[in-house]
Structures are given as structure tokens and as C-alpha cells.
Write a protein that binds this ligand. Structure first.
Ligand SMILES: [Zn+2]
Length: 476
């Protein structure tokens, strides 16, 4: 276990973030600048995220497929002709097999182009629709400024690409996925999110409109945690994908795409971590319970370990690890499990066994309690559930205290330069006012919230009428 001293959040939030990752041995920088090596403690969280999301996708009728890593350069040019604002941060392969390639290959920037190339052959008739496909893959975007998990040159993600017969059906799909992302974030990550539409300037190039979920980190900045795009017929037109509808006429298909990435691990760290290190919500922890047996003498060891093996036989369905490393003191072990963010720790020594009890220590609150060995499994399950819901409630409370309804533009910088947060303000809908806020305050429109009551007012910048408040914030 690395001996990393963790900087306090209040002293340097950005350094704290890096220290937490190093102390928990989650990831490190790779020899190629901007790439990361994800270590087992980090990758286990990703696997649990994948498992939860994958089952939600499958429960709504999606199937997984895999599209190749290399894409002919001409495919990208084709996309560029149709999609305005296309700015490729692409990596290209120009040489292979000992010679120069006739046509350079692009290393997967996202797979819209290759997917639509294939869909052209797969879709002929309305009977082939809807086509509901997801892939788990890596993506390369040549980033200049990188940070582990948040922005890296190569990252892991899932990308869904669906095709539909009608605009309305594609819209329903876009919203189904947005709902899955919101539920995943809130129920599994214990991170509350605001769901809404992106403004025109923030939406995915090529999308008709983009939905997003926005989470608040502990420095009160926003993090975009997932997006779901309604592509309308844009890609079908670019790749000439038509289908014969029920009346026999040829129509372009409607499409959606959507994705979340390893960036979510960064969000999890920043939403829940504390000055002792990582805090993992129980539903995403592979080790939910760390068991530290305590003893000095050999006969104590036999007694304690006999109890531990008996009680662990009853821990069905709980992820646990017995820390029987002999070279470390109990104190050192407690510290290790804290840094790694394991939700619950159990301590048991000879005195506890005499009293028919164990000690349970919660990672999220630091609270320690003596509990009876009788019915211990149920107690542990109950405590893990409380940790999960308390983590969500704390994050929701934090967001509440850092959310402000603002009608005076002068207050923007005062709040953003101070404690920060989400600013709910009126906006007239023009890019001019949006750009001015960005230039003056470095805050962007995170989303135009859905599922909230609409209220009319006056644009915070120009005073023109506005039909609803939007969320402004500085963001990752
Ligand atoms: Zn305005």
C-alpha cells in the first residue's frame, strides 16, 4: 500500500483529488502522456458500474456488439461534410506492417461513422427497426490538458447507437436512456443529478438535441455525468440509411446515441471522498466489509480466527475481505481500508469474543459501534443500506446548500468566486447572452432542466422574457 499523505480538500482540492487516487491505488499516469493505467482498485469500480448499467440496458431491450478500433480516414471526412462544428482530436495510423498505408486509419474517435456504415446494410425495412445496440469500448481523443479519469487521451466507455422508424420513437429512446443514467447515478453512485437539455452551443455536434445529467462536486463545480443525444435523421442522411415503411415508401431512419465513461469514477471520487481518502458507495464496492482480526498471542489468534471463519461462512452476498496480514498493526490496516474507501470495517479481538460482540466502523461517518454477534449478517446488510442512502442524502444536502436562485447578474461572480454552486437564473435563449456569461464568469449553462416547474421571468443578462430558469455553473 502506497504511503501517500493526502492533502486536505480545503487546502488544495485539485491536489487532494490526485492524492486520493494515488493513496487508494486506483490509477497512475502511463508512459504516453495523457494515458492512464487503471489499477485493480480503480478497475473494480468500473466493472461494478458496467455490470449495473449493462443490466439496465438489457432490461430495456438493448444488445451489445463490438465495432473495430480502426476506421478509414475517408469515413471521418464524410462525417465532417454533414456535421458542423466537427473538430477532430484524432490519432491516425499512417504506417503499419513495415510500410506506409495507402489510406491512413483513424483510431476510434467514437464510432458513429463505422456504426452507420454497418447499419446501412442491416436496415432495409421497418421490420428491422428499432435497432438497439450498445458497445463497451475504448476511445481516443487527443487531449492536451489531462487529469486521471476526468480527461484522458484514451478512456473507457459505453456508446449506444439506435435506429428508429419515427422521430417520436427516437425521442422516447433518448429519454429512456437519460432516465437510466439518472437512476444509475442516484441509486448506485449516490450522486444526485439535474437532468435537462443542453443549450445549442453545448450540444453534441450532429445532434438534433442533447440531454444531460449534471452532478455537483464537493468544490461546488458541475460535472457532466452522461449524455443522451437525439440525432434525428442527421446521420442517416450522411450515411444514406433508408428503410421502407409500412406503406412502401423509402424514409431516412431516426437515430440516437448515448454514453457514459470512466469519467464517472472521477465524479464518484469528487462527490464522496474526504480528507482520509476515497469513500465508495456500498453498491459499487467490491469489498464492502473489511474484517480486521485483532490479537497478540498465538492462542488469541486461534480463538479470533476460528470466530472469523465461522462468521464469514454466513456472509453470503456481502463482499468481504479478511485482513490477516501479519506484518501490519491493526491501526495501519484501519488506515489502509479507509484510504481505499471500503464502506464498512469490522474489528474483532479476544475481548469482543468474550462479550459476544464485534466493532463495526462506518467509512462515511467514522462512527464506531459495538454490536452483538447474534444476527450479525442482517445488521451488516442494514448498515450497508444506511450508508448507501446517507451518502446520497449528504450529497443532496450539499447540492441544496450550494444552489442559488439568482436574479441579479452582479451576484454571479460574487458567488462563483466564493463558495461556488449551481445558479438557477433566467435566460432568454440567445447564444449572445450565454457567451457573455461565459466570458464574464467562466460559468456555462449546464442544462435547461426538465421535470421542474416552468416559471417565467427576465433574462439575467439582457432582461428579455424567459420561460424558465436554467442552471449556470463552472464545470469540469
Ligand atoms: Zn438574454
Amino acid at each position: 500500500m502506497a504511503d501517500v499523505k493526502i492533502t486536505k480538500r480545503a487546502d488544495d482540492y485539485s491536489k487532494w483529488y490526485g492524492d486520493v487516487i494515488a493513496a487508494a491505488e486506483m490509477a497512475e499516469h502511463a508512459p504516453v502522456k495523457g494515458c492512464m493505467i487503471i489499477r485493480p482498485n480503480g478497475y473494480a469500480i468500473w466493472e461494478n458500474m458496467q455490470r449495473a448499467l449493462d443490466s439496465m440496458f438489457k432490461a430495456t431491450g438493448h444488445q451489445n456488439a463490438y465495432f473495430p478500433l480502426f476506421i478509414p480516414e475517408s469515413f471521418l471526412q464524410k462525417e465532417a461534410e454533414h456535421v458542423e462544428g466537427f473538430a477532430p482530436e484524432v490519432a491516425m495510423v499512417t504506417h503499419a506492417g513495415g510500410g506506409k498505408l495507402e489510406e491512413p486509419l483513424v483510431v476510434r474517435p467514437t464510432s458513429e461513422t463505422i456504426v452507420w456504415h454497418a447499419y446501412r446494410n442491416w436496415i432495409q425495412s421497418y421490420r428491422d427497426l428499432p435497432l438497439l445496440i450498445n458497445q463497451w469500448a475504448n476511445v481516443v481523443r487527443w487531449e492536451l490538458r489531462t487529469r486521471l479519469f476526468l480527461r484522458t487521451t484514451e478512456f473507457l466507455w459505453q456508446e449506444g447507437h439506435t435506429a428508429h422508424a419515427t422521430y417520436d420513437e427516437a425521442e422516447r429512446e433518448t429519454r429512456t436512456i437519460l432516465d437510466i443514467y439518472k437512476r444509475f447515478s442516484e441509486d448506485h453512485m449516490a450522486v444526485p443529478v439535474v437532468a435537462g437539455l443542453k443549450s445549442e452551443s453545448e450540444r453534441f455536434a450532429g445532434a438534433h438535441h442533447t440531454y444531460t445529467i449534471e452532478a455537483m462536486m464537493q468544490d461546488a463545480k458541475a460535472l457532466q455525468a452522461g449524455t443522451s443525444h437525439h440525432l434525428s435523421q442527421n446521420f442517416a442522411k450522411a450515411f444514406d440509411v433508408k428503410f421502407q415503411d409500412e406503406s412502401g415508401s423509402l424514409e431516412y431512419v431516426y437515430a440516437t446515441s448515448w454514453g457514459v465513461s470512466t469519467r464517472l469514477i472521477g465524479a464518484l471520487i469528487m462527490a464522496h471522498g474526504d480528507d482520509k481518502g476515497l469513500v465508495i458507495p456500498p453498491k459499487l464496492a467490491t469489498t464492502q466489509l473489511a474484517i480486521v482480526p485483532i490479537f497478540r498471542k498465538e492462542e488469541q489468534k486461534a480463538l479470533v480466527m476460528e470466530y472469523v471463519s465461522r462468521m464469514t461462512a454466513d456472509l453470503d452476498g456481502i463482499g468481504f475481505k479478511v485482513d490477516d496480514r501479519e506484518q501490519y498493526s491493526p491501526g495501519r490496516k484501519f488506515n489502509d481500508w479507509e484510504k481505499r474507501g471500503v464502506p464498512l470495517r469490522m474489528e474483532v479481538g479476544p475481548k469482543d469474543i468474550e462479550k459476544n460482540q464485534v466493532v463495526l466502523a462506518r467509512r462515511d461517518t467514522g462512527e464506531k459501534s459495538f454490536v452483538s454477534q447474534d444476527g450479525l449478517r442482517e445488521r451488516i446488510v442494514g448498515m450497508l443500506e444506511s450508508i448507501q442512502s446517507d451518502m446520497f442524502n449528504r450529497a443532496a444536502e450539499f447540492r441544496k446548500t450550494h444552489s442559488h436562485v439568482i436574479d441579479e447578474y452582479a451576484r454571479f461572480n460574487e458567488i462563483l468566486d466564493g463558495e461556488g454552486g449551481f445558479l438557477w437564473s433566467h435566460w432568454c435563449g440567445t447564444t449572445g447572452c450565454e457567451d457573455k456569461v461565459k466570458k464574464d464568469t467562466k460559468a456555462t449553462i449546464r442544462c435547461i432542466p426538465i421535470d421542474v416547474e416552468k416559471e417565467s421571468g427576465k433574462c439575467i443578462v439582457c432582461g428579455e422574457p424567459s420561460g424558465a430558469r436554467v442552471v449556470f455553473s463552472r464545470a469540469y
